[in-house]
Ligand binder design. Structure first.
Ligand SMILES: Cc1cc2nc3c(=O)[nH]c(=O)nc-3n(C[C@H](O)[C@H](O)[C@H](O)COP(=O)(O)OP(=O)(O)OC[C@H]3O[C@@H](n4cnc5c(N)ncnc54)[C@H](O)[C@@H]3O)c2cc1C
Length: 232
């Protein structure tokens, strides 16, 4: 399986690097007994299950995963709310290892915009949700949406051409613009993200990313991931 998964019309998630494996979880727990294993066996799988059952989470935090993500801006804003358990840096408070393309440095003129396949109806009984059914003139509205985004990008280019600072010109860009970031998080934090964001109450677009993260995480820690699914 590839380590990069394409999503939506221009997005992707790529597993850049991983620190640790199933054995890392096991050895982090076994150090209590002064033991270290070189290979995973069935006893270790039972140990991982035991750790999950007894909510002994710290061994899962020794595994770290680094992803390169390209997502629409509004997905990035939802993603950014996941701040605990993310790689620690020098700040005195909890923070996350998140580095993103900066529109102060970078010209957004040729950046991609997310255009959905179709427009879902607003849910009538859940203020934050959408329904699977599309609105009546989804294709026509999609056309309008595209034109609107193109116009916003055209105005941006005009501002840039007139010498306006990139940091101000970006104010006219649409929320559907793609952004890119590196996100490094512990296995525990990634699993928490996946659980919350692949849930049916999460937005379709971020659910796509959660499913991709799940596939990539399973590549790194297949046993620990399976055990964590049985989390109490
Ligand atoms: C469907 C959905 C709708 C949402 N709607 C909104 C919305 O309308 N507005 C909005 O602002 N946000 C919204 N959110 C974001 C949500 O409130 C969380 O900020 C986000 O999901 C991150 O989850 P988290 O706190 O578990 O993650 P992390 O920050 O990664 O935290 C991981 C875990 O650490 C623990 N933890 C975190 N903070 C503390 C703390 N201060 N003290 C003790 N333990 C802590 C918790 O166990 C937590 O689950 C929504 C999320 C979802 C999934």
């Amino acid at each position: 399986m590839s380590r990069k998964i394409d999503l939506l019309d221009h997005g992707f998630v790529e597993l850049i690097d991983a620190l640790g494996s199933d054995l890392t979880v096991v050895n982090s727990a076994r150090v209590s007994f002064g033991k270290r294993k070189q290979e995973l066996d069935q006893g270790d799988e039972r140990l991982i299950q035991y750790l999950v059952q007894h909510q002994h989470w710290s061994p899962f935090r020794h595994v770290q995963l680094q992803f390169h993500c390209k997502v629409p801006e509004f997905v990035a804003r939802q993603w950014y709310k996941h701040v605990v358990g993310i790689v620690y840096s020098e700040a005195p408070t909890v923070d996350h290892a998140w580095n993103e393309v900066s529109l102060r440095y970078t010209d957004a003129s040729d950046m991609d915009v997310y255009v959905p396949d179709g427009f879902r109806q607003q849910s009538q009984d859940n203020r934050q949700a959408s329904m699977d059914q599309q609105v009546a003139d989804s294709a026509g509205l999609q056309n309008e949406y595209k034109k609107h985004c193109e116009k916003a990008l055209a105005l941006y280019r005009r501002l840039i051409d007139q010498g306006v600072a990139r940091e101000q010109a970006r104010g006219v860009l649409p929320l559907a613009l793609y952004t890119e970031f590196y996100w490094t998080a512990s296995l525990q934090a990634v699993v928490n993200f996946i659980k919350l964001r692949k849930h049916e109450t999460a937005q379709f677009e971020i659910r796509e990313y959660a499913n991709a993260l799940e596939s990539l995480t399973q590549l790194v820690v297949p046993v620990a991931y399976a055990c964590l699914q049985k989390k109490p």
